[in-house]
Design a protein around this ligand. Sequence first.
Ligand code: INI
Length: 161
Amino acid sequence: MTHVYEGSFDGRRLRIGIVVARFNESVGMRLLDGALDGLKRHGVSDDDISIAWVPGAFEIPLVAERLASSGEFDALVCLGAVIRGETAHFDYVAGESAAGISTASRKTGIPIANGILTTEDADQAIQRAGGKAGNKGFEAALAALEMANLLASLPKPSEGI
Ligand code: INI
């Protein structure tokens, strides 16, 4: 019998942490609206959602790692916007935030969805935060639910490996 592992989008009883950057705040707010909409539509209770605001995308991994290692969350969603036109250190901020999230997720075993936009300009960011290109916050929220449910269904790591 073939085993197929697939996570559902059922958010009931899942505890979700959201880390959102205040830099480019209007975009962050729209991503947050999208993420909350995605979580609530899939049954996540208000009481099971926590939100942490950080100054910018660069700070997201540290806070995500703290939340992920607390044992209080089944998955996290990270939200922010790094816009090339606005910074000389775009590559550092964009690269470090993505790499840091990935490291935090694998270190803690908690799924952390990356909803941090990296765009050439503000218009592209707005389009991806509830405009023509959808809402990446909503998409990241669904990825978090799917991964939380998938991980719960997978075999547990065996001792000593
Ligand atoms: N932070 C962002 O989230 N997006 C950006 O586009 C951005 N730019 O343009 O610089 C940005 N910079 C701030 C950075 O994330 C840190 O908060 C800051 O360097 C302090 O550590």
